[in-house]
Design a binder for this molecule. Structure first.
Ligand SMILES: NC(=O)c1ccc[n+]([C@@H]2O[C@H](COP(=O)([O-])OP(=O)(O)OC[C@H]3O[C@@H](n4cnc5c(N)ncnc54)[C@H](O)[C@@H]3O)[C@@H](O)[C@H]2O)c1
Length: 252
């Protein structure tokens, strides 16, 4: 895919890592849309700007599910989109809009593997997959909960991934990615555990199906905020794959 100029929605941890990596790849970072971020290495705008979207080959959303919902249609009419706040797609109307706008415009929606591994394999096997469950264990603080209320590991959510996305929109993007790649938001089962003794983000993904049984545990260190240390590296790898290949509704 011919990517020369990119724009960012969200200029926090992932956005800044991607901007630095994009410059290393020789790409121009045309803007960062962020209502609060300050930067002297990129033009910062506070809200959606269709002229700016028009002028880039790829917009990368790494902000919030609200920001993705607000910008998705405006972006896809004009250019390609890589998005990280995947819990937004638990809203079926937004997911349908993404697929329809991508088809109508010919622009691509890229779903990154983000904090986990194996999204491509889950996508490939989706017809054979019968059951998917994901358990995420994080510190109460990382889940946005008051640490004083948790003295031992506590299940704070158990149910469908669709409901998990509503309950913990900033923390279950991994669940949303797996639901999107696999058997959907209602059949994918989610559990969230608040554990005061951990400083890691751990995701255990158990998948069973016709001729397959997978059990993956992925841990990364929570380097402050909601995003583990691995995700910015993974995001840069996804950008590499888009620049090299890309197209359609792809998992990168
Ligand atoms: N898919 C995955 O595996 C995965 C993994 C980690 C994080 N994430 C998600 O990626 C997103 C970014 O993560 P991060 O660690 O960089 O977060 P961060 O908090 O470091 O940065 C987010 C930035 O978005 C900005 N922002 C807030 N509202 C905005 C809006 N309406 N428009 C534009 N910008 C806005 C904030 O000011 C902030 O600078 C979050 O939604 C996070 O949940 C996804």
């Amino acid at each position: 895919m011919d990517i020369n100029r990119i724009g960012l929605i969200g200029y926090g941890k992932i956005g800044r890592a991607l901007a630095a990596h994009a410059r290393e790849l020789g790409l121009e970072v045309a803007f960062a849309q962020d209502p609060v971020a300050q930067a002297d290495d990129v033009k910062v705008v506070a809200g959606p700007d269709t002229e700016l979207y028009e002028g880039v080959d790829l917009v990368i959303e790494c902000a919030t599910r609200g920001a993705l919902a607000e910008s998705l249609g405006l972006v896809l009419e004009r250019t390609n989109l890589l998005c990280f706040s995947l819990t937004a797609f638990s809203d079926d109307a937004l997911l349908a809009q993404a697929k329809e706008a991508s088809q109508a415009s010919g622009h691509s929606v890229f779903v990154p593997h983000g904090a986990i591994l194996g999204l491509d394999g889950i996508r490939d096997g989706r017809q054979a997959i019968e059951e998917v469950s994901i358990t995420t264990t994080k510190s109460p603080k990382s889940l946005g909960l008051n640490p004083a209320g948790y003295t031992e590991p506590t299940v704070v959510f158990e149910g469908s991934t669709r409901d998990a996305c509503a309950a913990f929109p900033r923390n279950v993007n991994v669940h949303a990615a797996i639901a999107l790649a696999g058997i959907g938001f209602d059949r994918t089962r989610s559990k969230v555990v608040a554990d005061p003794s951990v400083s890691t983000n751990t995701h255990r993904i158990v998948i069973n199906g016709n001729g397959l049984a997978w059990d993956m545990t992925i841990s990364s260190f929570a380097a402050g905020g909601v995003t583990g240390a691995y995700t910015p590296l993974s995001a840069c790898g996804s950008l590499d794959r888009i620049v090299r290949t890309g197209g359609g509704f792809s998992f990168v």
